[in-house]
Write a protein that binds this ligand. Structure first.
Ligand code: SF4
Length: 453
């Protein structure tokens, strides 16, 4: 597996595509800004959402049990899964009971996290992702590169070629309207044939036992309404106490995600329709562990809007696949070490710590601080690469020793002026895409001494 830095190097090798990716996501970020400014009480809304989540996290067991009781009273079958494997086995056992070999699935980052598609495919089940972006990446044997815009790393030419190969559309046709209609016809057949539909869950209401799924394409509704069995999969942190809280989160979610005033479909599922089976799988998979980590528990407030992705200068210029995890971007870099510190040691370092992520987060997660906390934790545990450990120790030694610092500064200025090639060469990654400044003639301290009068 490539580290974030290695994978990013491949991504940025295509300068034109990198600029386009950067601009496209910044366009979404700008839409978010406009939409948020239409609400005068935006900051109060963020604070309120954060507090609701804070309260929920402090009372999580109680709200989960309340949800279970109310959902069961509504006729929903509730399952509990401690990890990804249990989740996958539960879903498979439900499918097996109905003897079906194909199903439709709308977007669910939890099922990506649990690698459900690969698990079911090994068991001979054909999983059809029905979100357009997810279907595109599924055709290409890729994983989503963004939690809201799964195929944002692809251009319309790529989609045209993919559809030509898999759906038989004319070669070279890259018209988005035409390609969307081709996908619509293809997916319609899958919806009509499937007996089982899987959806994610955006919010589950403890008070009523209902859950809400937000999509822009209506694909979750198509799947759930046409199927005989609806399986909804959710992480336990998706619970909210009351139905009235939905108004807070639904106003924040779409605006933060895409700059829309509301998601096109915010569908409430309260009970199975007559003759239908409805299941919900509540999944822990490391969430309790994260809840117990004081510095990181806030990350469980996340409503997966991806605003932190769209604003992050590192995400925008390194692409989602560089993060080698189903949830990429700043929040993914906090969640991933909770699963496996060693395998994800690179991710908390994939940030400038500029804090833009924390500024846009609708539930006010202190994202950049948590990235910094992870860095400290991983360094303390000796998991960071040896080069980083040695250079940081060296740096700490120089910075904590004033005479050494002065001497190193003077030497640095001399080397840059006399032999710039020693620093500005292809071996220095900083130089590769930057104009290195000329060395100043004196240090700030020297300048200050001579100018203080
Ligand atoms: S951390 Fe905040 S900004 Fe990022 S996806 Fe989650 S809710 Fe959205």
């Amino acid at each position: 597996m490539l580290s974030h830095a290695e994978a990013s190097e491949k991504f940025i090798a295509n300068q034109e595509r990198t600029d386009w990716h950067d601009d496209t996501l910044w366009f979404v970020r700008a839409k978010r800004d406009k939409a948020s400014k239409l609400i005068p009480e935006w900051e109060a809304l963020r604070e309120h959402a954060s507090q609701i989540k804070e309260h929920m996290l402090s009372n999580l067991p109680q709200y989960l049990l309340e949800f279970e009781v109310n959902a069961q009273a509504n006729g929903i079958q509730v399952h509990w899964a401690k990890d990804a494997h249990e989740h996958n086995e539960i879903v498979y056992s439900i499918i097996q009971k109905h003897g079906d070999k194909a199903l439709v699935k709308s977007k669910s980052m939890l099922t990506e996290e649990c690698h459900l598609n690969a698990f079911l495919e090994q068991k001979g089940i054909d999983v059809v992702d029905t979100d357009l972006g997810e279907r595109i990446v599924q055709f290409r044997n890729e994983v989503p590169s963004h939690i809201v815009l799964p195929a944002i790393h692809l251009k319309k030419e790529d989609v045209g070629e993919t559809f030509h190969q898999h759906l038989g559309t004319p070669k070279g046709n890259k018209d988005p309207q035409f390609l969307t209609e081709a996908a619509r016809i293809h997916l319609r057949e899958k919806f009509l044939a499937a007996k089982v539909a899987i959806t994610g869950v955006n919010f589950a209401v403890a008070e009523t036992g209902e859950f809400v799924v937000c999509t822009n394409e209506g694909n979750a509704d198509m799947g759930a309404h046409l199927s005989e069995v609806h399986i909804a999969c959710m992480g336990i942190e998706k619970i909210i106490p009351k139905r009235q809280d939905l108004g807070v989160f639904l106003r924040l979610l779409a605006r933060s995600a895409t700059g829309q005033l509301i998601t096109t479909y915010s569908s409430h599922f309260a009970k199975p329709r007559e003759g239908q089976e409805m299941h919900i799988v509540l999944v822990d998979n490391g969430r309790s562990r994260q809840l117990a980590r004081e510095e990181f528990r806030n990350s469980l407030k996340c409503i997966r809007c991806a605003a932190c992705f769209n604003t992050c200068p590192v995400y925008r210029r390194s692409g989602g696949h560089s993060y080698h995890q189903p949830v990429a971007g700043p929040i993914g870099s906090i969640l991933a070490p909770n699963f496996d510190k060693k395998a994800n040691v690179d991710l908390p370092f994939a940030s400038t710590l500029c804090g833009s992520c924390s500024n846009v987060c609708p539930v006010k997660i202190n994202i950049h601080e948590q990235l910094w906390f992870w860095r400290q934790d991983l360094m303390k545990e000796g998991l960071a690469p040896a080069g980083k450990v040695i250079s940081m120790k060296l740096m700490a030694w120089v910075l904590s020793n004033p005479s050494l610092f002065k001497w190193a500064g003077a030497m640095g200025r001399k080397v840059i002026s006399w032999a710039p090639w020693l620093v500005n060469n292809g071996l220095n990654p900083w130089y590769k895409q930057r104009e290195m400044p000329e060395a100043p003639k004196q240090s700030f301290q020297e300048w200050y001494k001579s100018n203080r009068s």
